[in-house]
Design a protein around this ligand. Structure first.
Ligand SMILES: [Zn+2]
Ligand SMILES: [Zn+2]
Length: 349
């Protein structure tokens, strides 16, 4: 099968012909149709995350169709079903975290496109227990970005509890998806961009933000919560200063530059800083239940599998107008086919 393979960090992926995987016990063999590109893929390719499998097939927002079911399939998936494969690929089910509903923190967790091979390829195998059924409302391109930007963004959002005034630092793929849910649930949204990025501030206001400004500004009201989507450490003390008493700063990314020191008074009065790591299957079930009701819309830009390096380069340079989605093969079932998946999908707002 064709695959885009990372041999060593800081090098372009190579298009290789590798052996098609075979499903082991409890696994599905999935023919991949699309795979969205996540910022974490960039961190892996650029060597900012240690200990990845090498050589590695990246990609953890995978949409495909079940081609073969391995022995002892305990899941509800059958041959021909559409399937979504996320970042969390496997857990041991027995460590202290797994036994306390925190499988996202599993001591031996394995991650798709990082410690196990992912979706920049024609086929993959996945543990059926960690795969999702995807809402019919979305086609194979639209749904791909929901599998990480959506899911882990949703986990960050849930950490804000019932915060009424929510700030978002960075307004990229994940923030745009989660903003739609926040507005649907009646929250007041405050968006912070790079200082001077009027275009993004404008589009945040058009989407429904109550206020949008630079990350060097303070919002007109104190915030009950802030989610940091950009991987920029100095945003943490900046967000802390924007919080009301008892507010929370949620760091939504897997990697961030160092956080500068700040005076204790900024944390005082029960303000909290936390991070979000990975996802649980429950996050996924909840998210895929709410997303089609909002409905959360994704904006995508598509690339053939062979152009994964171009997609990564343009992502790194901030030149994408939506989430990059790799087109791997044609859609699966005739009855599922929803037309050609080429070109950008316009955001309706
Ligand atoms: Zn565990
Ligand atoms: Zn991701």
């Amino acid at each position: 099968m064709r695959a885009m393979v990372l041999d060593k960090p800081k090098q372009p992926l190579q298009l290789l012909d590798v052996e098609k995987p075979r499903p082991a016990k409890g696994q599905l063999l999935v023919r991949i149709v699309t795979c969205a590109v996540c910022r974490t893929d960039l961190h892996v390719v650029d060597g900012e995350l240690p200990d990845s499998k090498l050589p590695l097939i990246p990609g953890h927002q995978i949409v495909g169709y079940v081609e073969e079911v391995g022995p002892e399939n305990p899941s509800s998936f059958a041959i021909g079903d559409r399937v979504g494969i996320p970042w969390l690929g496997w857990t041991d089910g027995e460590c202290v975290y797994c036994r306390s509903n925190r499988e996202n923190l599993c001591d031996r967790g394995r991650f798709t496109g990082y410690t196990i091979d992912g979706g920049y390829a024609e086929f993959t195998v996945a543990d059926a227990r960690f795969c999702f059924h995807l809402p019919d409302r979305y086609n194979d391109v639209e749904v791909a970005p929901l599998l990480c930007a959506g899911l882990i963004g949703y986990r960050s959002y849930r950490k804000t509890g019932d915060a009424r005034r929510i700030g978002m630092y960075g307004f990229g793929n994940a923030a745009i998806l989660i903003a739609q849910i926040a507005l649907y649930e009646g929250r007041d949204l405050f968006v912070f961009t790079r200082p001077g990025d009027m275009e993004t501030q404008q589009s945040a206001r058009a989407q429904g933000a109550k206020w949008a400004g630079g990350s060097d500004e303070l919002p007109p009201e104190k915030l009950d919560a802030a989610i940091i989507f950009a991987s920029v450490g100095p945003l943490v003390p900046a967000a802390l200063r924007a919080l009301a008493k008892g507010g929370i700063v949620v760091c939504g990314g897997i990697h961030m530059s160092d956080i500068p020191s700040f005076p204790y008074v900024d944390l005082w009065e029960e303000r909290v800083i936390t991070s979000v790591a990975n996802l649980t299957r429950r996050d996924g079930e909840e998210f895929f239940e709410i997303a089609p009701r909002v409905p959360v819309q994704t904006e995508t830009e598509t690339f053939p599998l062979e152009q994964a390096n171009t997609a990564l380069d343009r992502f790194r340079a901030g030149e994408l107008s939506g989430t990059a989605v790799l087109l791997v093969s044609k859609s699966g079932h005739a009855e599922r086919s929803e037309g050609p998946h080429t070109g950008s999908e316009e955001h309706p707002n």
